[in-house]
Design a protein around this ligand. Structure first.
Ligand code: MF3
Ligand code: CO
Length: 304
């Protein structure tokens, strides 16, 4: 006999309670009733009301958060090293070497290298490149360029992921404003993280700020859960509707990394390398990324 699925019978709930006197599933060593029982009660109630909830295995415990922070220290150092050295005339290949050297010196592994065949240690995306630009000795940063450098680190099994924009030389007011508003979008996303609310609220807050400024938001590429692996569930949209998407429960770790286009939202992937994403209309695009953990009263930024 086959079990009925969501379309007919009872939906398959993912959260189940434990015996109250057994050691808690989180590994704290405490009894369940003194540890995660009330958390579980709340999440089970939400799931039964039809909300999308994270899997128990994806929730990060305090020791995991410390692990991600240690990874993020390296990731932040790599981006700081880039910030210190980046200049007009430098190749993106040199940026890649700065990232690799800083990361390895501190005992980390650059997560992009060999990720689904990606050939370099970080992504460098210039002007109309939206994301996933491949560093190269041939690509020389010019006066007036804006570039996103996206770094991700593996350390002691934990993943961190963040990116920043850099302005080179004399940047046009239009591009400067795009970079500033995109940073505001990320900050508004951070402010919109509230425990026990759906992710769609955060995505909508980001979207509205971009629209208000006359920009568009990339739909097909977004953020992700992060920490135990590079890209975890769920896909995080920045064009989502309030009241939709996964519940942001304490211990849920994800990235806020909207890609904002000065022109239209349409994008395409370079078919010569299958990686670099461009705006269809070749208008400039910007992105900032942080990795956050949902807390009891908002979120904490783990990597920036
Ligand atoms: N760092 C990117 C992110 O923010 C992912 C890059 S995948 C790579 O999710 F393979 F291009 F590195
Ligand atoms: Co990311």
């Amino acid at each position: 006999m086959a079990l009925k699925r969501a379309t007919g019978g009872a939906p398959a709930f993912t959260w189940k309670k434990m015996n109250r006197n057994d050691p808690c599933w989180c590994g704290s060593g405490k009894k369940y009733k003194a540890c995660h029982e009330s958390f579980d009660d709340r999440i089970i109630r939400c799931e039964r009301q039809g909300m999308i909830v994270p899997k128990r295995e994806s929730i990060k415990m305090p020791a995991d958060i410390e692990g991600i922070k240690a990874s993020a220290r390296i990731n932040v150092a790599a981006l700081d090293a880039v910030a210190e050295k980046i200049r007009v005339g430098m190749s993106t290949g040199e940026i890649d070497r700065i990232v690799e050297e800083t990361t390895r010196k501190m005992g980390g592994i650059p997560a992009p290298l060999n990720y689904e065949g990606f050939p370099k240690n970080c992504c460098t995306s210039i002007n109309d490149q939206v994301c996933h630009g491949i560093p190269s000795e041939e690509d020389i940063l010019k006066d007036g360029d804006i570039v996103n450098v996206d770094c991700s680190t593996i350390y002691n099994g934990y993943f961190s992921d963040s990116s920043r924009m850099f302005l080179l030389g004399d940047v046009s007011p239009e591009k400067k404003r795009l970079v500033e508003v995109t940073k505001e979008c990320m900050e508004i996303g951070i402010q919109a993280v509230h425990p026990w609310e759906p992710l769609g609220n955060m995505g909508d807050a980001v979207h509205q700020h971009a629209l208000k400024n006359g920009y568009s938001v990339v739909r097909e590429i977004g953020g992700h859960g992060c920490g135990f692996s590079f890209h975890e569930e769920p896909f995080v949209s920045y064009v989502s509707k309030p009241g939709t998407e996964m519940l942001m429960v304490p211990g849920f770790v994800f990235t806020i990394e909207p890609m904002i286009n000065a022109g239209g939202e349409e994008i395409f992937v370079d078919d010569t390398n299958d990686w670099t994403v461009y705006t269809e209309d070749h208008s400039p695009s910007a992105q900032w990324e942080v990795e956050v953990v949902v807390t009891e009263d908002g979120c904490e930024v783990l990597s920036w």
